[in-house]
Design a binder for this molecule. Structure first.
Ligand SMILES: *[C@@H]1O[C@H](CO)[C@@H](O)[C@H](O)[C@H]1NC(C)=O
Ligand SMILES: *[C@@H]1O[C@H](CO)[C@@H](O)[C@H](O)[C@H]1NC(C)=O
Ligand SMILES: *[C@@H]1O[C@H](CO)[C@@H](O)[C@H](O)[C@H]1NC(C)=O
Ligand SMILES: *[C@@H]1O[C@H](CO)[C@@H](O)[C@H](O)[C@H]1NC(C)=O
Ligand SMILES: *[C@@H]1O[C@H](CO)[C@@H](O)[C@H](O)[C@H]1NC(C)=O
Length: 513
């Protein structure tokens, strides 16, 4: 931001301060939320169902144990670019229209830039005089020529250190405040997880202490190519992917894509997924160091007790569940559940909260912390600050929510597996395909009155899957033919309402229709 602009904002702020004190201090000071800083750490492909938090010991201590661990946090769509677009815009995919990881599916497209991104949450923080910093992976197509190249910097960011394209650990290009910066493969100079941490620490040193700050750190870990830091390349050598639940089980009674995998899996697939599992964990050790160093720095500059820290992921992951080797994109808990740990002023330590929270709630919660009037914000999510801070605990959490996904596919088919039918993609070892054009679905997930999932596919079978997560937590049995038809009807009605909801109407859909 230009200096005169900063000065103008400062003087405007001085005037606002008096008003703030008179009218809102009683409320906001009591909650010690005034001018709180916020840090959002968004990992890439980190599951919670397969023990993804296990290697993150320091993170669990420094964030989870110091605050809240949410046991029911979800993404509204299990794929990087659509999910990240939801986090930035606070909208379900049917409202931000980012359908997949390609430009043609609106990932970083001009329509996204001119539409949802121009009203994304960082802009509101900037207007509230937050000093903002971004570091790491952004949207998969960010920095491509058609998306405006590296000179394009989304609005609301004062410091911008964003990765061009999809996750990488070395040999990447960054946009540093709109200028291209290329990196090689020296650990000391280039390792991306460490580099974005270092830049965020510099930002903290150079910030103006008069204003709050917002830091968003998006490490590539634990996304492929799973390149661990040299000191961690021998960690977890005896670890294997968990063998319980739906591991190496057939996708019996499920939609057609899940009926394709070879079962039992070939040993080559199992070796491949075990290797991926280990290397994912190795890359997370650098994320754990990042959290430790960042918390230490906040302590050193006396800001730790005035900073909310959110730790989460864009989507979950699977390694061998229902005989699918590795990926995300499916409707099952392993792919849609995400970790969510939060610490901050007013949050009691060592809490586990069952309230359902979805990723489109993150921006609303952050804006709530920043004191933005939420009725002026056009987002589908809702703030969960009332669940976090006891003195403000009067909001209700939602009874159910929507998960929606548009299948990615290639025509004619994945070139590595030419004998398969048309429209398949992401065919991992032994030609088991993780996605297809018609792997397109929408689900209602209920968690309060009942623990159910109801999903409809847009395929030529109009396939429906229903799970009772209480009696069948691993979703082994599709009970669509066993349940009362009135339940299916009720769930279908909720789904229709959710699929066309926007803003307030997404929050107001009643349990009883
Ligand atoms: C991309 O977004 C624009 C508007 O933001 C929308 O008109 C278009 O249909 C979207 N494309 C897809 C593939 O959904
Ligand atoms: C980085 O690029 C160089 C030059 O192309 C190559 O030799 C090296 O193997 C690459 N390193 C990694 C980690 O991919
Ligand atoms: C990050 O900073 C540390 C401490 O100064 C340094 O040892 C390390 O090489 C830096 N890493 C990167 C990638 O900048
Ligand atoms: C935070 O800690 C500092 C010193 O460590 C103290 O001066 C300040 O009052 C504390 N603030 C809050 C909100 O507890
Ligand atoms: C992404 O979505 C667009 C628009 O629907 C589609 O044309 C394109 O094929 C999709 N990309 C993939 C890889 O499925």
């Amino acid at each position: 931001m230009a200096a005169p602009e900063r000065e103008r904002r400062k003087s405007r702020r001085a005037g606002e301060c008096v008003l703030l004190l008179v009218f809102t201090c009683a409320l906001r000071c009591a909650q010690s939320l005034k001018d709180s800083n916020v840090v959002l750490i968004l990992t890439d492909d980190l599951d919670v169902e397969l023990g993804g938090l296990t290697p993150l010991k320091k993170t669990q201590t420094l964030i989870g144990d110091a605050g809240v661990t949410f046991s029911n946090a979800y993404t509204v769509t299990p794929l990087c670019c659509p999910s990240r677009s939801s986090i930035l815009s606070g909208k379900y995919p049917h409202n931000h229209m980012v359908r997949n990881n390609s430009l043609s599916g609106n990932c970083s497209s001009k329509s996204w830039q001119n539409g949802p991104e121009s009203q994304a949450f960082p802009l509101y923080l900037s207007k509230k005089l937050y000093q903002t910093f971004y570091g790491g992976k952004y949207l998969n197509q960010y920095g491509s020529k058609e998306a405006g190249g590296v000179t394009y910097v989304p609005p609301g960011w004062d410091q911008w250190h964003a990765l061009v394209g999809n996750s990488k650990y070395y040999n990447y290009t960054l946009s540093v405040n709109g200028k291209e910066e290329t990196h090689g493969d020296s650990y000391e100079k280039d390792y991306l997880t460490d580099l974005i941490l270092n830049r965020s620490l510099n930002f903290l040193e150079q910030r103006s202490p008069q204003h709050p700050f917002f830091i968003m750190l998006c490490p590539p870990a634990p996304h492929s190519p799973w390149t661990a830091a040299p000191q961690y390349q021998k960690s977890f050598i005896d670890v294997k992917a968990p063998r319980d639940g739906s591991f190496n089980k057939p996708g019996k009674g499920k939609h057609w894509l899940l009926r394709q995998p070879q079962n039992p899996m070939a040993s080559s697939s199992i070796d491949y997924l075990d290797d991926a599992f280990r290397r994912r964990w190795q890359t997370l050790l650098s994320v754990d160091d990042m959290v430790e160093k960042l918390v230490k720095k906040l302590e050193d500059i006396n800001e730790l007790n005035n900073t909310f820290i959110f730790f989460t992921s864009d989507n979950g992951y699977h390694t061998g569940q229902f005989s699918l080797p590795i990926d995300k994109r499916q409707l099952y808990e392993f792919d849609i559940r995400v970790p969510l740990l939060v610490r901050g002023p007013g949050i009691q330590p060592k809490q586990t909260l069952q309230d359902p929270v979805i990723n489109i709630d993150l921006p609303m919660t952050i804006l709530d912390i920043a004191g933005v009037n939420l009725s002026t914000v056009n987002m589908d999510g809702q703030s969960f600050l009332p669940q976090l801070v006891p003195s403000a605990r009067n909001g209700t959490s939602r009874p159910f929510f929507l998960v929606e996904y548009t299948g990615e596919g290639l025509f004619p088919t994945d070139p590595d597996c030419p004998k398969l039918g048309p429209g398949l993609a992401n065919c991992f070892p032994d030609c088991v395909c993780e996605d297809a054009v018609n792997n397109t679905y929408a689900c209602v997930r209920t968690l309060k009155d009942s623990n159910l999932q109801y999903c409809e596919f847009a395929d030529n079978e109009s396939f429906v899957e229903v799970y009772n997560l209480t009696s069948d937590p691993h979703q082994l049995e599709n009970i669509v033919k066993k349940v009362d038809p009135s339940l299916l009807q009720n769930m279908n009605q909720r789904l229709i309402k959710l699929q066309s909801c926007e803003g307030k109407s997404c929050r107001d859909i009643k349990s009883h229709l």
